[in-house]
Write a protein that binds this ligand. Structure first.
Ligand code: CUA
Length: 310
């Protein structure tokens, strides 16, 4: 499913709708204030400008009625905005209480890890959620401060090291794009989020497929790739279920083939792109924590074939 064009004005969850309503109210009030002030300034500049031969203007020591007016009107406007904001915050962001999260979001430099505590599934960069069900996400960071933001679905939530934030979402079916919204280093702009919201049965099927432990490849380039994957340093950072690879620094690659993109949206998920990425990640995402291992092209290709096997 092609992703939606992201917009805070096209909400796809009740939480995003509440935020959009508040944003629209703020814009309308700010627009009326701007139009009123701009009109009065232009009127005063034209009507009362100095002309040749004018006497000294009348000296005005103040007007209590006007002073009350320009104190009370802004105070009233701010009171309306405060009330609307507090109501929206209560609707969008009720306390998590003792609820266990449906998914745990862990921000890394520069990718997203998603864990589903009930099923034990781990994946990266593409978050799957069931449609029209309220999910509680807990949001953390493995290193610096990031910010999880999917404009169609909800509020920005900071991912802070050593602290857990949470986010309630009741998303409609669709594919949504988001981004890291807090500057977090060189590849901040390449920390894309993709949220795939499916009907509950399709979500359950996806979750089952992610729990499956793939059989080792029987032969051919995929088997060669599997051998190389375990021999080179890949296993220090990556996990592939059913093998000795259990690194947790980088994304879990067990079901990499099921994802739509690579490296948090930088590349398409194809054997060719994955080969290029393995051969030299620094060419695509300079500064990322996956080093250039100087693998021969044939080895990079074999590992890509292994990881992309159906
Ligand atoms: Cu992560 Cu900006």
């Amino acid at each position: 499913m092609a992703p939606q064009d992201s917009s805070v004005f096209m909400p796809h969850s009740p939480q995003a709708r509440a935020i959009a309503r508040l944003f629209t109210l703020d814009l309308v009030i700010a627009g009326v204030v701007f139009a009123t002030v701009a009109t009065l300034v232009v009127y005063a500049a034209i009507r009362f400008r100095a002309r040749a031969g004018d006497p000294e203007p009348r000296q005005d020591e103040g007007d209590h009625r006007l002073e009350w007016l320009w104190t009370l009107v802004p105070a009233g406007i701010l009171a309306v905005l405060l009330t609307a904001t507090v109501r929206t915050m209560r609707a969008v962001d009720p306390p998590a209480g003792g609820h266990a999260p449906d998914a745990v979001v862990i921000a890394h430099q520069w990718w997203w890890e998603y864990r589903y505590p009930r099923s034990g599934v781990r994946t990266a960069n593409e978050l799957h959620l069931p449609a029209d069900e309220t999910a509680l996400l807990s949001v953390r960071s493995a290193d610096v401060i990031h910010d999880f933001w999917v404009p169609d679905l909800g509020a920005k939530v900071d991912a802070v090291p050593g602290y857990t934030n949470h986010l309630w979402l009741t998303p409609a079916a669709g594919t949504y794009l988001g981004t890291c919204a807090e500057y977090c280093g060189a590849e901040h702009a390449h920390m894309g989020i993709r949220v795939i919201v499916e009907q509950p049965a399709a979500f359950a099927a996806w979750e089952r497929s992610q729990r499956a432990i793939p059989a080792p490849p029987a032969g051919g380039p995929a088997a060669e790739g599997a051998k190389l994957f375990l021999e080179r340093t890949c296993t220090n950072c990556h996990t592939v279920a059913g093998t000795a690879a259990d690194g947790t620094v980088g994304p879990d690659l067990t079901h990499l083939a099921d994802r739509q993109t690579l490296a948090a949206g930088v590349l398409d998920n194809t054997v060719d792109d994955l080969t290029s990425w393995i051969a030299n990640p620094q060419a695509f995402k300079p500064g990322c924590h996956m080093p250039d291992l100087h693998l021969p092209a044939a080895e990079a290709h074999a590992i890509a074939v292994y990881l992309e096997r159906p």
